[in-house]
Design a protein around this ligand. Structure first.
Ligand code: ARG
Length: 404
């Protein structure tokens, strides 16, 4: 009886090795999918916060009252933050170091105690325990009496972004007007071997946002400097570039992912002429036709030269529906891009404006960075407005690289 049943069952059931093979196959698919997801969503790296303390015993900062004055606090804070930046930018952890903020300065009998929050990003596969030791020993090599402990602070708030000291008077880059001093304090000029190449936007005391295509010729930080102020020459301030992070999915000549962040040092002080702009939330969307502004040192006409004086132009956001029409840019407008300007032409960005800011203010007169000058057909031509990288689309990417 069971002999009759036997072959029957065998014919319907899968052989054990097929089952094992199928299981293995589906397991591989699952593991690979998870791997891809983790890789592309960028969650294989996590921000980690460490609390460090150190003492300077040779500092005399006490006033008569025994307190550290606001003036001294600012100065010491800046000095210490720059010191910690230098320490980690020059260390083996440079790729993982994001930023630091001095949170308290305490005047003690024999000097000043500094409490600093340091932000790092490590692959989640690494063990946290070993990292504490490394951070501590790097700090300790440069400053005495240090301690580094992990902490669970969620975010360190940047100083008031997006406020400017001059009122908005734009009369109406290509065909733009010369900008007033202090009007666009977040504008920077990125220079390779001392020559202006691109615009960039200050988003904190040491980070800039710009376009990826600016680094097509070289992404070696040693060749690049950044200057601030409304003139390229003489600049108000100049800094050395320390790190250039181009979007890992940017592939020239494709124009998607045209975004990069740049870290320089030492940090710039927050003044009337140099200050950072706010980054929008991921969710913000602007209405077509709303007013925005672009600024840059770029050419005044196609084929022209970069300018020494910063220029500004007022533009309107053009909806994707309009910009994707066949006689405008059709299917060249991809995700993470938007158009701004006028279909009649005239006002537009041009060569040398790339990487620079497209900004708008909210009802409280706080300015936000919405776009990065990316590309366009010619400059100021009819039906060929400027195309900008959509900062809201890449907001999380910026956060993942800068902690901002
Ligand atoms: N890609 C150009 C540059 O390197 C500027 C692009 C903007 N062009 C335009 N027509 N809006 O500076």
């Amino acid at each position: 009886m069971h002999r009759a049943v036997g072959p029957d069952i065998q014919r319907r059931d899968l052989k054990p090795w097929t089952v094992v093979l199928l299981l293995l196959l589906s397991l591989t698919v699952v593991v690979m999918t998870i791997g891809f997801l983790v890789h592309f969503l960028g969650s294989d790296h996590k921000m980690e916060y460490y609390h460090g303390t150190f003492r300077f015993s040779d500092l005399q900062v006490k006033s008569n009252s025994g307190q550290i004055s606001t003036y001294q606090f600012k100065e010491l804070q800046e000095m210490n933050e720059n010191l910690v930046d230098e320490i980690f930018i020059d260390s083996a952890l440079r790729k993982h170091y994001i930023k630091n903020t001095v949170v308290t300065l305490t005047s003690e009998e024999d000097g000043v105690k500094t409490d600093v929050i340091m932000v790092f990003k490590f692959p989640s596969t690494d063990q946290r325990a070993g990292r504490e030791k490394r951070i501590h020993s790097i700090l300790h090599q440069r400053v005495r009496n240090t301690r580094a402990l992990p902490t669970n602070i969620l975010s360190v708030q940047p100083e008031g972004c997006g406020k400017r000291v001059v009122p908005l008077i734009v009369n109406r880059i290509m065909s733009g007007d010369i900008a007033a001093k202090s009007a666009w304090p977040w504008q920077a000029s990125l220079q390779r071997d001392g020559i202006h190449q691109c615009g960039a936007t200050l988003i904190s005391s040491m980070w800039l946002v710009t376009a990826a295509h600016c680094f097509k010729s070289s992404a070696n930080p040693q060749q690049w400097t950044v200057s601030f102020g409304t003139k390229i020459n003489p600049p108000l301030m100049k800094r050395n570039v320390r790190r250039i992070i181009v979007h890992e999915r940017y592939r020239s000549p494709a124009r998607e992912y045209d975004i990069a962040v740049v870290q320089f040092s030492p940090r710039v002080p927050f003044t009337d002429d140099v200050r950072w702009i706010c980054l929008p939330k991921t969710s913000t969307s602007f209405r077509p036709n709303s007013t925005v502004y672009i600024t840059g040192f770029g050419a005044l006409f196609y084929g022209g030269e970069s300018q020494n004086d910063l220029r500004e132009a007022r533009l309107k956001i053009i909806s994707n529906d309009v910009c994707k029409q066949p006689h405008v840019y059709g299917s060249d407008i991809k995700f993470g891009m938007f158009c701004a300007g006028y279909l009649e032409g005239i006002y537009d960005a041009c060569r040398g404006d790339s990487g620079g800011p497209l900004v708008a203010k909210d009802l409280k007169d706080t300015w936000y960075l919405y776009g990065i000058v990316s590309w366009g057909d010619n400059c100021g031509q009819k039906n060929k407005p400027g195309v900008y990288t959509d900062v809201t689309y890449y907001r999380n990417w910026i956060a993942s690289k800068t902690g901002l």
